[in-house]
Design a protein around this ligand. Structure first.
Ligand SMILES: [Zn+2]
Length: 168
């Protein structure tokens, strides 16, 4: 696990955005002490507010299965069952009037294994990878900062792995 570096100062350093004049006030309905501005007289703590307020209601209709990403944002989307949607709202008048487009099927490209290449191509690939490795090692020595060094080291690992898959 790499540690996440935060830019800027830590949130607990310096003055908070709401000012430094704070005091603790007892919640109006329970015993929680809540940090509040110096002028606050009465306060309800967050957990009491949660008890008072209903969770937000989500009124969006459930999408049908196989809806493509972003169908609600399209000017017109024709579902495979013939229903027509305009910006996510069904237009019942247009049902079945427009031919739906069949969904795009993206075939994954087959990955060619380097070990299955013909001999000549294999040796060519090996030379290419060795040259790349040489270049990357020089780059690594020149790298000015740790971020660049890490990037190059990752590339070296990748190339080394590829090299190891090529057998003589
Ligand atoms: Zn409370």
């Amino acid at each position: 696990m790499s540690r996440i570096k935060r830019k800027g100062s830590k949130s607990n350093s310096g003055a908070p955005s709401w000012g430094t004049n704070l005091k603790y006030v007892k919640c109006d309905t329970c015993d929680n002490q809540v940090r509040a501005s110096a002028t606050a007289v009465k306060i309800i703590c967050p957990s009491c507010v949660n008890k008072l307020v209903d969770p937000p209601s989500v009124s969006l209709p459930d999408p049908k299965p196989n809806m493509p990403k972003g169908w609600r944002n399209r000017k017109q989307y024709v579902h495979l069952d013939g229903s027509v949607y305009e910006y996510g709202v069904e237009n019942i008048d247009l049902f079945g009037t427009i031919q739906p487009k069949p969904p795009k099927i993206v075939k994954p490209k087959p990955k060619q294994s380097l070990s299955k290449l013909p001999v000549a191509e294999r040796s060519e690939a090996r030379t290419r990878l060795l040259n790349e490795l040489k270049f990357l090692r020089t780059e690594l020595q020149r790298a000015a900062n740790k971020t660049d060094q890490k990037k190059i080291t990752n590339k070296i690992t990748k190339v080394t792995k590829q090299l190891s898959t090529i057998k003589n």
